[in-house]
Design a protein around this ligand. Structure first.
Ligand SMILES: [Fe+2]
Ligand SMILES: [Fe+2]
Length: 483
């Protein structure tokens, strides 16, 4: 019998399915980290809502179905814990140089620094997003959305726990130090920023929030999917469970933007407005015009693309070759899983032109993951377009070209429009306001952000959801304010 199981043990302060109660060193380390974590949560978690009961789900098992139990809980009392997906008997490394060898249950010495770095980078994004979203509760368009925001926040905090457990368990003293640093950096802080650019951007309004969960959380999902293939089994199992939570975050982004688009389209139709560029009259209806939705989309997609790193990366090749990080759904791909002589088409800037160039596949793995990401994003955008098309409004949302507004990789030094045409500096400065959110857009969005706290009611700029959470009635009190 092993100390690990699929059921979550709630008999220690830290719920877990990794046998923490008999792992004294790690339990002690985490118990010391816990109060510092709570200090961080009070300082940087949802601002102004810590004392109210929220209808949240908590994991009770790590099996695919039935892991979630719903109930009211005040966020600081949420049972954050350490949850790993079940161990797969006889699992072997599925790619790279060590393919076919048994997966590692301990960190191989030669990969220690790399694994620690990857875990720290992943870990850093989790509290960062909580910090970015900490003021949004004050302007939530409904109790339903407020609850979903908090669900995402507590789960991102649990993802921090997931990475901190790995650091404590497998990386000794320097792991513990890194775990403390994860609580010290702050999103957007000029002295001690979070490690990745997109996680230092502001999330000032709910359209930004939904775009963030759609685009930036989805980068997280792609990274987790690649790490879920890892030869380091504890990392693979941790990320596999995180992915089950991540699915809900994707849903919030997808459905949030869909509901905004739906509200805009129906308000336009009801008022006999058919020109999506008739901005003044559309805004007079208190809904968000589609060109603004597109500009926000442009911004969030391009900053999220930067998270994939350079198109050509020897690090990415090394992670794959050494069995640390696979491709998106590696185990479903039909090839040799080693890629030693394979090629992959990469968009590059050559003599001032953007061209597709066949390059060695291993160093192009960031590009490949980014392409998988782009395809998935495009499917989501299509679903938003279905709503617009159905309303008969002549407007199509689209993903901007990968060369648009980038600060990392091949296109960092040029300007391109969302269609991928290269622009001079002057052209860019003249046209930029058409592509990216303007001060005027931000001011308008900001003017819409007023809280709606009546059960079953929604701000006019967002349609109600298709389906409530946990089959509750439409007027369910997802957050018990004033109780
Ligand atoms: Fe996360
Ligand atoms: Fe997430």
């Amino acid at each position: 019998m092993t100390s690990e199981s699929t059921q979550v043990s709630y008999d220690t302060v830290i719920p877990n399915n990794v046998g923490l109660s008999s792992d004294h060193r790690v339990l002690k380390g985490l118990e010391q980290w816990h109060p510092e974590f709570l200090d961080w949560w009070y300082d940087m978690g949802p601002n102004g809502f810590q004392q109210f009961p929220v209808y949240l789900r908590t994991a009770v098992s790590v099996e695919r179905d039935g892991w979630a139990q719903f109930g009211y809980v005040k966020m600081p009392d949420y049972r954050w814990g350490v949850l790993l997906a079940p161990q797969i008997e006889g699992r072997t490394i599925g790619f790279g140089h060590y393919m076919g060898e048994p997966v590692w249950q301990e960190v191989p010495g030669e990969h220690r620094a790399t694994l620690r770095r990857l875990i720290v980078i992943q870990g850093d994004t989790e509290p960062a997003s909580v910090e970015q979203q900490r003021h949004l509760g004050k302007t939530a368009p409904s109790l339903y959305d407020l609850r979903n925001l908090f669900q995402v926040n507590v789960e991102e905090a649990r993802h921090l726990w997931a990475m901190v457990y790995l650091l404590h368990k497998y990386f000794g003293r320097d792991g513990r130090e890194e775990a403390q640093e994860l609580l010290r950096r702050r999103s957007g802080d000029s002295n001690s920023p979070r490690l990745l650019g997109a996680f230092n951007e502001a999330t000032p309004d709910w359209l930004s929030y939904f775009m963030f969960t759609f685009f930036t959380d989805r980068d997280g999902k792609m990274q987790l999917e690649s790490l879920a293939q890892s030869g380091f089994d504890p990392l693979a199992r941790t990320t596999r469970f995180m992915l089950t939570e991540e699915a809900h975050h994707m849903f919030i982004g997808q459905s949030g933007v869909a509901r905004i688009v739906e509200s805009t389209c129906s308000a336009m139709l009801e008022n006999d407005l058919h020109d999506p560029y008739d901005i003044e009259r559309i805004r007079a209806l208190g809904v968000i015009d589609l060109p603004t939705v597109q500009r926000k989309l442009n911004f969030h997609f391009s900053v999220s693309l930067d998270l994939f790193g350079s198109e050509i990366s020897t690090n990415a090749a090394g992670f794959f070759d050494s069995g640390i990080k696979g491709r998106y759904r590696e185990n479903g791909i039909k090839d040799d899983h080693q890629l030693v002589s394979a090629t992959y088409p990469v968009l590059k800037l050559e003599q001032g032109q953007i061209r597709s160039v066949d390059t060695a596949a291993l160093p192009a793995l960031n590009t490949r993951l980014r392409d998988d990401y782009e395809r998935e994003c495009a499917r989501g955008v299509d679903r938003w377009n279905t709503i617009i098309k159905k309303a008969g409004i002549p407007f199509t949302l689209f993903l901007p070209h990968v060369a648009f507004s980038r600060t990392v990789g091949e296109f960092a030094d040029i300007h391109a429009n969302p269609q991928g045409q290269i622009l001079t500096d002057d052209e860019w400065h003249q046209q930029k306001h058409r592509f990216l959110p303007t001060a005027d857009d931000e001011a308008y969005l900001n003017s819409l952000m007023a809280p709606v706290h009546e059960p079953g009611e929604f701000a006019p700029w967002i349609a109600p959801p298709g389906k409530p959470i946990d089959n509750k009635s439409a007027d369910f009190r997802y957050v018990r304010l004033n109780s």
